[in-house]
Design a protein around this ligand. Structure first.
Ligand code: BGC
Length: 255
């Protein structure tokens, strides 16, 4: 697969704590073309080990075109600036240089995982994501955030690290916290609700869009939330990171 123009294709790779996933994306529909390839995240997940795994995924698709890559990190001028749930060695890494060397191309965009997923939801998700002041959140190992005004991204917001009642939001209300503490949906959604109320107090968004694996079970917890703006479950679910990464690469959006 080498042509990006004929049917407007892209390629995205989503780097997560447990798996690194990549696929060819139809940029007109946001659907995958062919299989998604997933390889377990190397341990330790050092920059070089991750870059080698990303290269393996790209080779498996025989892809020759722009490549978008997500990382669970603040990315400024293509340098990783934080490492909350990833190896400390990422901090200060020029990710563009790292992936260019591993992939043999300069045509790369690296961005925060939640920012990528949010971009995909704006393009292909629920209509609420597109208009007004929207806070998109992913619930997983951490809480990722992406903030949009009429579909335009304000990157690297890191709202999962906001301290609420003395605790970082993601330490108490991520889906990892739910699993770790074996919380029921009812108990966990109270924590999520407290976090959303604080975001609402500070940002007055017009809507929240909630994603991450746990949005698949949105009916079990979204109805418990009491903020007075719509809370909408993300539509692309775990496809969003890959699709958003591909969009960033094709559109040359590289924070
Ligand atoms: C990281 C963010 C990331 C989020 C979701 C947080 O711990 O700081 O950069 O978007 O987890 O993976």
């Amino acid at each position: 697969m080498s042509d990006t123009t004929a049917t407007h294709l892209g390629f995205g790779v989503d780097v997560g704590g447990s798996g690194i996933k990549g696929a060819i994306v139809d940029m007109d529909t946001g659907d995958f073309v062919g299989e998604r390839v997933k390889i377990a995240t190397p341990k330790p997940a050092t920059p070089q080990a991750v870059a080698d795994t990303v290269a393996e995924i790209v080779r498996a698709h025989d892809w020759h075109g722009p490549i978008g890559i997500t990382l669970p990190s603040v990315i400024r001028n293509q340098v990783a600036c934080s490492a909350a749930n990833i190896d400390e060695a990422w901090i200060g890494t020029n990710v563009h240089e790292l992936f260019s060397a591993a992939l043999g191309t300069e045509d790369i965009a690296v961005l925060n995982d939640a920012d990528a997923a949010g971009l995909a939801e704006v393009a292909f998700g629920e209509p609420e994501a597109r208009e007004g002041a929207v806070i998109f959140l992913t619930f997983g190992t951490g809480i990722g955030s992406a903030v949009f005004m009429d579909g335009t991204l304000f990157p690297n917001t890191e709202l999962g690290h906001l301290v609420i009642s003395g605790e970082e939001a993601e330490h108490v209300a991520s889906s990892a916290a739910k699993d770790r503490e074996e919380l029921s949906y009812k108990k966990w959604s109270k924590r999520v609700d407290a976090v959303l109320h604080e975001y609402q107090r500070l940002f007055s968004p017009s809507a929240f869009v909630v994603g991450g694996g746990i949005s698949r079970k949105a009916d079990k917890w979204v109805p418990n939330l009491t903020v007075d703006v719509p809370v909408v479950a993300a539509r692309l679910r775990n496809r969003a990171g890959i699709v958003g990464a591909a969009m960033a690469a094709n559109e040359h959006v590289a924070p």
